[in-house]
Design a protein around this ligand. Structure first.
Ligand code: GLV
Length: 319
Protein backbone atom coordinates (compact mmCIF):
# COMPACT_ATOMS: atom_id res chain seq x y z
CA UNK A 1 0.00 0.00 0.00
CA UNK A 2 1.31 3.45 -0.88
CA UNK A 3 2.19 5.88 1.91
CA UNK A 4 1.18 9.49 1.52
CA UNK A 5 2.55 12.22 3.77
CA UNK A 6 0.64 15.49 4.12
CA UNK A 7 2.87 18.16 5.64
CA UNK A 8 0.12 20.38 7.07
CA UNK A 9 -3.58 20.65 7.76
CA UNK A 10 -5.72 20.38 4.62
CA UNK A 11 -9.52 20.11 4.18
CA UNK A 12 -11.21 16.72 4.61
CA UNK A 13 -12.19 16.70 0.92
CA UNK A 14 -8.54 16.17 0.08
CA UNK A 15 -7.86 13.67 2.82
CA UNK A 16 -10.88 11.60 1.74
CA UNK A 17 -9.50 11.26 -1.77
CA UNK A 18 -6.03 10.42 -0.45
CA UNK A 19 -7.33 7.76 1.94
CA UNK A 20 -8.77 5.88 -1.02
CA UNK A 21 -5.30 5.82 -2.60
CA UNK A 22 -3.13 4.72 0.29
CA UNK A 23 -2.17 5.04 3.92
CA UNK A 24 -2.23 8.73 4.86
CA UNK A 25 -0.14 10.40 7.53
CA UNK A 26 -0.96 14.09 8.01
CA UNK A 27 0.59 16.70 10.27
CA UNK A 28 -2.41 17.99 12.15
CA UNK A 29 -1.36 21.24 13.77
CA UNK A 30 -1.39 24.87 12.68
CA UNK A 31 2.29 25.42 13.41
CA UNK A 32 4.77 24.23 10.76
CA UNK A 33 5.82 20.60 10.88
CA UNK A 34 9.25 20.24 12.56
CA UNK A 35 11.94 19.06 10.14
CA UNK A 36 12.78 15.92 12.13
CA UNK A 37 9.13 14.79 12.23
CA UNK A 38 8.75 15.52 8.54
CA UNK A 39 11.92 13.66 7.62
CA UNK A 40 10.92 10.59 9.65
CA UNK A 41 7.62 10.45 7.80
CA UNK A 42 9.13 11.12 4.38
CA UNK A 43 11.57 8.21 4.81
CA UNK A 44 8.92 5.68 3.78
CA UNK A 45 6.65 7.94 1.70
CA UNK A 46 5.63 7.46 -1.91
CA UNK A 47 3.88 10.82 -2.16
CA UNK A 48 3.99 14.17 -0.38
CA UNK A 49 1.24 16.75 -0.29
CA UNK A 50 2.83 20.10 0.53
CA UNK A 51 1.80 23.65 1.36
CA UNK A 52 3.32 26.86 0.05
CA UNK A 53 5.06 27.30 3.39
CA UNK A 54 7.08 24.10 2.84
CA UNK A 55 10.48 24.35 1.22
CA UNK A 56 10.87 21.36 -1.07
CA UNK A 57 14.61 21.35 -1.64
CA UNK A 58 17.46 18.83 -1.72
CA UNK A 59 17.11 18.15 2.02
CA UNK A 60 13.39 17.43 1.66
CA UNK A 61 13.95 15.16 -1.32
CA UNK A 62 16.87 13.36 0.31
CA UNK A 63 14.64 12.59 3.29
CA UNK A 64 12.09 10.98 0.96
CA UNK A 65 14.04 8.72 -1.42
CA UNK A 66 10.88 6.85 -2.43
CA UNK A 67 8.87 9.93 -3.37
CA UNK A 68 7.17 9.79 -6.75
CA UNK A 69 5.15 12.98 -6.50
CA UNK A 70 5.10 16.27 -4.63
CA UNK A 71 1.61 17.74 -4.88
CA UNK A 72 1.61 21.39 -3.81
CA UNK A 73 -1.72 22.71 -2.54
CA UNK A 74 -1.19 26.07 -4.25
CA UNK A 75 -0.99 27.41 -7.77
CA UNK A 76 2.39 29.03 -7.06
CA UNK A 77 5.26 26.58 -6.69
CA UNK A 78 8.24 28.83 -6.07
CA UNK A 79 8.64 26.94 -2.78
CA UNK A 80 9.67 23.86 -4.78
CA UNK A 81 12.99 23.20 -6.46
CA UNK A 82 11.39 21.77 -9.59
CA UNK A 83 14.74 20.98 -11.24
CA UNK A 84 15.88 18.96 -8.20
CA UNK A 85 12.56 17.07 -8.29
CA UNK A 86 12.92 16.37 -11.97
CA UNK A 87 16.48 15.07 -11.51
CA UNK A 88 15.15 12.54 -9.01
CA UNK A 89 12.18 11.60 -11.18
CA UNK A 90 9.70 13.21 -8.77
CA UNK A 91 6.64 14.71 -10.46
CA UNK A 92 5.51 18.13 -9.19
CA UNK A 93 1.89 19.25 -9.40
CA UNK A 94 0.06 22.42 -8.40
CA UNK A 95 -3.57 23.56 -8.21
CA UNK A 96 -4.32 26.00 -11.04
CA UNK A 97 -7.86 26.89 -12.03
CA UNK A 98 -9.72 26.13 -8.82
CA UNK A 99 -8.50 29.29 -7.08
CA UNK A 100 -8.78 31.70 -10.00
CA UNK A 101 -12.05 33.33 -8.97
CA UNK A 102 -11.23 33.58 -5.28
CA UNK A 103 -7.89 35.22 -5.97
CA UNK A 104 -9.30 37.61 -8.58
CA UNK A 105 -12.08 38.51 -6.13
CA UNK A 106 -9.47 39.36 -3.52
CA UNK A 107 -7.43 41.46 -5.97
CA UNK A 108 -10.59 43.41 -6.84
CA UNK A 109 -11.49 43.77 -3.17
CA UNK A 110 -8.01 45.10 -2.39
CA UNK A 111 -8.29 47.51 -5.31
CA UNK A 112 -11.53 48.87 -3.86
CA UNK A 113 -10.13 48.92 -0.34
CA UNK A 114 -7.10 50.95 -1.22
CA UNK A 115 -8.72 53.32 -3.72
CA UNK A 116 -11.68 54.01 -1.39
CA UNK A 117 -9.57 54.09 1.80
CA UNK A 118 -11.66 51.43 3.50
CA UNK A 119 -8.92 50.19 5.82
CA UNK A 120 -8.33 53.74 7.00
CA UNK A 121 -12.05 54.18 7.61
CA UNK A 122 -12.22 50.95 9.60
CA UNK A 123 -9.25 51.96 11.72
CA UNK A 124 -10.78 55.37 12.40
CA UNK A 125 -14.00 53.92 13.73
CA UNK A 126 -12.38 51.12 15.70
CA UNK A 127 -10.01 53.63 17.32
CA UNK A 128 -13.05 55.50 18.65
CA UNK A 129 -11.99 58.66 16.82
CA UNK A 130 -14.89 61.18 16.76
CA UNK A 131 -16.17 61.73 13.21
CA UNK A 132 -19.06 63.19 11.27
CA UNK A 133 -20.06 62.87 7.65
CA UNK A 134 -18.27 65.58 5.72
CA UNK A 135 -18.18 66.61 2.08
CA UNK A 136 -14.43 66.29 2.02
CA UNK A 137 -13.98 63.48 4.48
CA UNK A 138 -11.70 60.63 3.46
CA UNK A 139 -12.11 61.07 -0.27
CA UNK A 140 -10.85 58.25 -2.42
CA UNK A 141 -10.45 57.70 -6.15
CA UNK A 142 -13.09 56.22 -8.46
CA UNK A 143 -12.29 53.40 -10.86
CA UNK A 144 -14.53 54.34 -13.78
CA UNK A 145 -12.52 55.19 -16.86
CA UNK A 146 -9.24 54.41 -15.07
CA UNK A 147 -6.66 51.96 -16.40
CA UNK A 148 -5.87 48.68 -14.72
CA UNK A 149 -2.41 47.43 -15.64
CA UNK A 150 -2.13 43.68 -15.16
CA UNK A 151 1.38 42.26 -14.90
CA UNK A 152 1.00 38.54 -15.68
CA UNK A 153 -2.08 37.85 -17.78
CA UNK A 154 -2.71 34.23 -16.80
CA UNK A 155 -6.05 32.92 -15.59
CA UNK A 156 -6.08 35.11 -12.47
CA UNK A 157 -5.04 38.24 -14.37
CA UNK A 158 -7.81 37.64 -16.89
CA UNK A 159 -10.40 37.04 -14.20
CA UNK A 160 -9.35 40.25 -12.47
CA UNK A 161 -9.58 42.14 -15.77
CA UNK A 162 -13.13 40.81 -16.23
CA UNK A 163 -14.06 42.15 -12.81
CA UNK A 164 -12.35 45.49 -13.42
CA UNK A 165 -14.25 45.88 -16.69
CA UNK A 166 -17.49 45.60 -14.72
CA UNK A 167 -16.24 48.55 -12.65
CA UNK A 168 -15.67 50.59 -15.81
CA UNK A 169 -11.90 50.22 -15.99
CA UNK A 170 -9.85 49.90 -19.14
CA UNK A 171 -7.22 47.16 -19.32
CA UNK A 172 -3.55 47.15 -20.28
CA UNK A 173 -1.38 44.14 -19.64
CA UNK A 174 2.21 43.02 -19.69
CA UNK A 175 2.93 39.37 -20.33
CA UNK A 176 5.54 37.13 -21.90
CA UNK A 177 3.17 36.65 -24.83
CA UNK A 178 -0.11 38.11 -26.04
CA UNK A 179 -3.28 36.40 -24.88
CA UNK A 180 -5.54 35.10 -27.65
CA UNK A 181 -7.35 37.64 -29.79
CA UNK A 182 -10.83 36.70 -28.51
CA UNK A 183 -9.74 37.32 -24.90
CA UNK A 184 -8.08 40.61 -25.82
CA UNK A 185 -11.26 41.67 -27.54
CA UNK A 186 -13.54 40.61 -24.68
CA UNK A 187 -11.40 42.53 -22.20
CA UNK A 188 -10.62 45.40 -24.55
CA UNK A 189 -7.08 44.71 -23.35
CA UNK A 190 -3.88 45.90 -24.99
CA UNK A 191 -0.45 44.36 -24.56
CA UNK A 192 2.14 46.97 -23.57
CA UNK A 193 5.74 47.04 -22.42
CA UNK A 194 6.42 47.09 -18.69
CA UNK A 195 7.52 50.73 -18.68
CA UNK A 196 4.41 51.87 -20.51
CA UNK A 197 2.21 49.85 -18.18
CA UNK A 198 3.82 51.40 -15.10
CA UNK A 199 3.71 54.92 -16.51
CA UNK A 200 0.10 54.87 -17.69
CA UNK A 201 -1.84 52.66 -15.24
CA UNK A 202 -3.95 53.97 -12.39
CA UNK A 203 -3.90 50.58 -10.69
CA UNK A 204 -1.01 48.15 -11.25
CA UNK A 205 -1.85 44.57 -10.27
CA UNK A 206 0.77 41.84 -9.92
CA UNK A 207 -0.51 38.47 -11.11
CA UNK A 208 2.68 36.84 -12.37
CA UNK A 209 4.56 33.87 -10.89
CA UNK A 210 7.58 34.54 -8.71
CA UNK A 211 10.92 33.46 -10.17
CA UNK A 212 14.43 34.85 -10.57
CA UNK A 213 13.04 36.81 -13.51
CA UNK A 214 10.38 38.56 -11.43
CA UNK A 215 12.40 39.07 -8.22
CA UNK A 216 12.04 42.77 -7.31
CA UNK A 217 10.36 43.47 -10.64
CA UNK A 218 8.79 46.34 -8.73
CA UNK A 219 11.81 48.13 -7.30
CA UNK A 220 12.52 51.82 -6.64
CA UNK A 221 12.98 52.54 -10.35
CA UNK A 222 9.70 50.83 -11.28
CA UNK A 223 7.86 52.70 -8.52
CA UNK A 224 9.37 55.94 -9.82
CA UNK A 225 7.79 55.25 -13.18
CA UNK A 226 4.32 55.00 -11.68
CA UNK A 227 2.07 58.03 -11.44
CA UNK A 228 1.78 59.79 -8.08
CA UNK A 229 -1.95 59.05 -8.19
CA UNK A 230 -1.47 55.32 -8.92
CA UNK A 231 -1.97 52.27 -6.71
CA UNK A 232 -0.10 48.95 -6.55
CA UNK A 233 -1.93 45.69 -5.72
CA UNK A 234 0.00 42.47 -5.02
CA UNK A 235 -1.81 39.15 -4.70
CA UNK A 236 1.00 37.15 -6.37
CA UNK A 237 4.17 36.70 -4.29
CA UNK A 238 5.85 39.12 -1.92
CA UNK A 239 9.41 39.16 -3.29
CA UNK A 240 8.18 40.47 -6.65
CA UNK A 241 8.17 43.80 -4.81
CA UNK A 242 11.13 45.42 -3.07
CA UNK A 243 9.20 46.07 0.13
CA UNK A 244 11.67 48.62 1.53
CA UNK A 245 11.49 50.62 -1.69
CA UNK A 246 7.69 50.40 -1.63
CA UNK A 247 7.55 51.68 1.95
CA UNK A 248 9.73 54.65 0.96
CA UNK A 249 7.61 55.41 -2.12
CA UNK A 250 4.42 55.27 -0.06
CA UNK A 251 5.88 57.43 2.71
CA UNK A 252 7.10 60.03 0.23
CA UNK A 253 3.85 60.09 -1.74
CA UNK A 254 5.63 58.78 -4.84
CA UNK A 255 2.55 56.62 -5.42
CA UNK A 256 -0.90 57.02 -3.89
CA UNK A 257 -1.24 53.66 -2.19
CA UNK A 258 -0.71 49.92 -2.18
CA UNK A 259 -2.63 46.83 -1.14
CA UNK A 260 -0.67 43.72 -0.28
CA UNK A 261 -1.83 40.16 0.30
CA UNK A 262 1.71 38.77 0.18
CA UNK A 263 5.00 39.88 1.68
CA UNK A 264 8.66 39.72 0.86
CA UNK A 265 9.61 37.91 4.07
CA UNK A 266 6.28 36.32 4.89
CA UNK A 267 4.87 36.23 7.53
CA UNK A 268 6.95 39.28 8.51
CA UNK A 269 5.87 42.63 7.13
CA UNK A 270 8.36 45.45 6.60
CA UNK A 271 8.02 47.55 9.78
CA UNK A 272 7.91 50.81 7.81
CA UNK A 273 4.67 49.69 6.15
CA UNK A 274 2.85 49.16 9.42
CA UNK A 275 2.55 52.83 10.30
CA UNK A 276 1.41 54.00 6.86
CA UNK A 277 -2.25 54.77 6.21
CA UNK A 278 -2.01 54.47 2.44
CA UNK A 279 -1.31 50.72 2.45
CA UNK A 280 -3.76 47.87 2.95
CA UNK A 281 -2.21 44.76 4.51
CA UNK A 282 -3.93 41.37 4.59
CA UNK A 283 -2.40 37.99 5.50
CA UNK A 284 -2.15 35.98 2.25
CA UNK A 285 -5.87 35.34 1.86
CA UNK A 286 -6.05 35.06 -1.95
CA UNK A 287 -7.49 31.56 -2.07
CA UNK A 288 -8.94 31.63 1.44
CA UNK A 289 -12.55 30.62 0.91
CA UNK A 290 -13.99 27.40 2.30
CA UNK A 291 -14.97 26.19 -1.17
CA UNK A 292 -11.67 27.08 -2.81
CA UNK A 293 -9.45 25.51 -0.16
CA UNK A 294 -11.47 22.28 -0.40
CA UNK A 295 -11.18 22.30 -4.18
CA UNK A 296 -7.43 22.90 -3.95
CA UNK A 297 -6.94 20.01 -1.51
CA UNK A 298 -9.05 17.73 -3.67
CA UNK A 299 -7.16 18.60 -6.84
CA UNK A 300 -3.80 18.03 -5.14
CA UNK A 301 -5.08 14.69 -3.85
CA UNK A 302 -6.35 13.64 -7.26
CA UNK A 303 -2.91 14.39 -8.69
CA UNK A 304 -1.42 12.03 -6.11
CA UNK A 305 -3.97 9.34 -6.99
CA UNK A 306 -3.12 9.59 -10.68
CA UNK A 307 0.63 9.33 -10.15
CA UNK A 308 0.38 6.44 -7.69
CA UNK A 309 -1.84 4.62 -10.20
CA UNK A 310 0.83 5.10 -12.88
CA UNK A 311 -1.22 7.62 -14.83
CA UNK A 312 -0.48 11.18 -15.97
CA UNK A 313 -1.08 13.91 -13.36
CA UNK A 314 -3.97 16.30 -13.95
CA UNK A 315 -2.01 19.50 -13.39
CA UNK A 316 1.76 19.00 -13.61
CA UNK A 317 3.83 22.14 -13.28
CA UNK A 318 5.18 23.36 -16.57
CA UNK A 319 8.58 24.73 -15.49
C1 GLV B 1 -1.44 30.91 -3.16
O1 GLV B 1 -0.72 31.84 -2.94
C2 GLV B 1 -1.22 29.96 -4.20
O2 GLV B 1 -0.19 30.04 -4.90
O3 GLV B 1 -2.05 29.07 -4.36
Amino acid sequence: MSRIVVTGRIPEAGLDVLRRAGEVWAWDADEPIPDDVRDRQLATADAAVTLLTDRVDDAFLAAGPGLRVVANVAVGYNNIDVAACRERGVVVTNTPGVLTDATADLAMALTLMVTRRLGEGERLIRAGTPWQWGMFMMLGSGLQGRQLGVIGMGAIGEALADRARAFGMTIAYHNRRAVDAATEERLGARLVGLHELLETSDVVSLNCPYSDATHHLIDAAALDRMQETAFLVNTARGPIVDEAALATALRDGRIAGAALDVFEHEPDVHPDLLGLDNVVLVPHLGSATIETRSAMAELAARNVVEILAGREPLTPVSA
